[in-house]
Design a protein around this ligand. Structure first.
Ligand SMILES: Nc1ncnc2c1ncn2[C@@H]1O[C@H](COP(=O)(O)OP(=O)(O)O)[C@@H](O)[C@H]1O
Ligand SMILES: Cc1cn([C@H]2C[C@H](O)[C@@H](COP(=O)(O)OP(=O)(O)O)O2)c(=O)[nH]c1=O
Length: 204
């Protein structure tokens, strides 16, 4: 595989994105791809600094939205665009859908404002494929509690994650051709099989 490809991983915290990123990376490398793996917020030194602020410091919802899109602009210019231009496959742990889900659904920032920021920062460019790990917030909270201590987002309640999940569903409905919805409530093997099938459906 030599054509450029941009894949994002999305879902509420604890849905299993990080667990399955590696398997997809191995599959694509085995198919001959040069893989650029990254994450948001982050992926450049400045964007990682912004990530620390967003994950740890209290701030207004709009400030949060401006910072995640500022980090995305840096990441887009310095990492994603050059990798795609070089014919690489970009695997990104979250992208703009996360801002619609968390800052839009979770915090209540207007959808139109987020759409304007998306145009400003990445010229509205969306991933070629978004793997949406969809999971019930209560199950996600159980998995997180067993795995790690919470940051500013992970400390939010079930109602917050219910709104985040609903906003992911809205993005899914707005751009269905770009998404593959993964039932993340299944076993590890079940989720892996869904991922493999999703990539195969698209010829990857
Ligand atoms: N399908 C699954 N069934 C049970 N536990 C899972 C499953 N997928 C992931 N986990 C566990 O849930 C926790 C959160 O997974 P993680 O990949 O870190 O989620 P995310 O990156 O989406 O926040 C980890 O401890 C992981 O081992
Ligand atoms: C990219 C992005 C992430 N986030 C949040 C969602 C996550 O709670 C957090 C970091 O994402 P993530 O990397 O999934 O966290 P972890 O390292 O715990 O696996 O940032 C936003 O609120 N807006 C955004 O635009």
């Amino acid at each position: 595989m030599t054509r450029p490809l941009f894949i994002s991983y999305e879902g509420i915290d604890g849905a299993g994105k990080s667990t399955h990123l590696e398997a997809t990376e191995a599959r694509l490398r085995a198919a001959g791809a040069i893989v650029c793996r990254s994450r948001e917020p982050g992926g450049t030194p400045l964007a990682e600094t912004l990530r620390e602020m967003v994950l740890n410091q209290p701030m207004a919802p709009l400030t949060e939205a401006l910072l995640v899109f500022a980090a995305r602009h840096e990441h887009w210019l310095q990492v994603i665009q050059p990798a795609l231009a070089a014919g690489q496959v970009v695997l990104c742990d979250r992208f703009a859908d996360a801002s619609f889900a968390y800052q839009g659904g979770g915090r209540g920032v207007a959808w139109e404002q987020l759409q304007a920021l998306e145009q400003w920062t990445v010229a509205g460019r969306a991933p070629d494929l978004t793997l949406w790990f969809d999971l019930d917030p209560a199950e996600a909270a159980r998995r997180r509690a067993a795995a790690r201590s919470a940051d500013r987002f992970e400390a939010e309640d079930l109602a917050f994650f219910g709104r985040v999940r609903a906003a992911y569903a809205r993005r899914f409905e707005e751009q269905p051709q770009r998404f593959e919805r993964i039932d993340a409530g299944q076993s590890l093997d079940g989720v892996a099989a869904q991922l493999a099938a999703a990539l195969q459906r698209r010829g990857w």
